[in-house]
Ligand binder design. Structure first.
Ligand SMILES: [Zn+2]
Length: 158
């Protein structure tokens, strides 16, 4: 939330690294964040070379156990749009999936937005190699999410 605040109206984002805790159930163990000046008010320019380096470093950090810990997908902010993937985002995710040349059969995209009331909104969608998309159920440990996808962090458990 502090990063989103600092980036103001520019999009920021990075890669997601996840742990599979059950079939179809993943915990995000780490996210990276690309530099603020890379984004404009409406587009987040993913740096492919940097993302690849980050993913390799995370594989090393989590002990090279790709069945349990692996690249899960991407995240970015939508300071000027709802926390839902745009048409361009959908295209980018399908292209990224194609670039994985069959190594992964799905990728997740998380969109975050901090609104004028400093309320955090989160949307997440899974892109399957088959070309289908699925909305994800999001759980935030020690936080509550209401029907409008607004997140309240429980202060006592923070
Ligand atoms: Zn987007």
């Amino acid at each position: 939330m502090a990063d989103l605040n600092r980036a103001r109206h520019k999009e920021i984002g990075g890669v997601l690294f996840g742990e599979q805790i059950a079939e179809g159930d993943f915990r995000i163990v780490e996210t990276t964040r690309q530099r603020f000046f890379g984004g404009t008010a409406t587009t987040f320019k993913r740096r492919g070379g940097m993302a690849r380096k980050e993913i390799l470093a995370l594989h090393e950090k989590f002990g090279g156990d790709p069945n349990r810990f692996n690249y899960l997908g991407e995240w970015h902010s939508h300071p000027n749009a709802p926390a839902r993937p745009s048409f361009q985002d959908e295209t980018t995710m399908h292209n990224l999936l194609a670039d994985q040349s069959g190594v992964v059969n799905f990728l997740v995209l998380i969109i975050v937005k901090l609104d004028e009331q400093a309320q955090l909104h989160i949307g997440a969608r899974t892109y399957l190699a088959s070309g289908h998309n699925l909305d994800c159920k999001i759980e935030i440990e020690a936080a509550k999410i209401n029907a409008a996808n607004e997140v309240t962090i429980d202060k006592e458990e923070k």
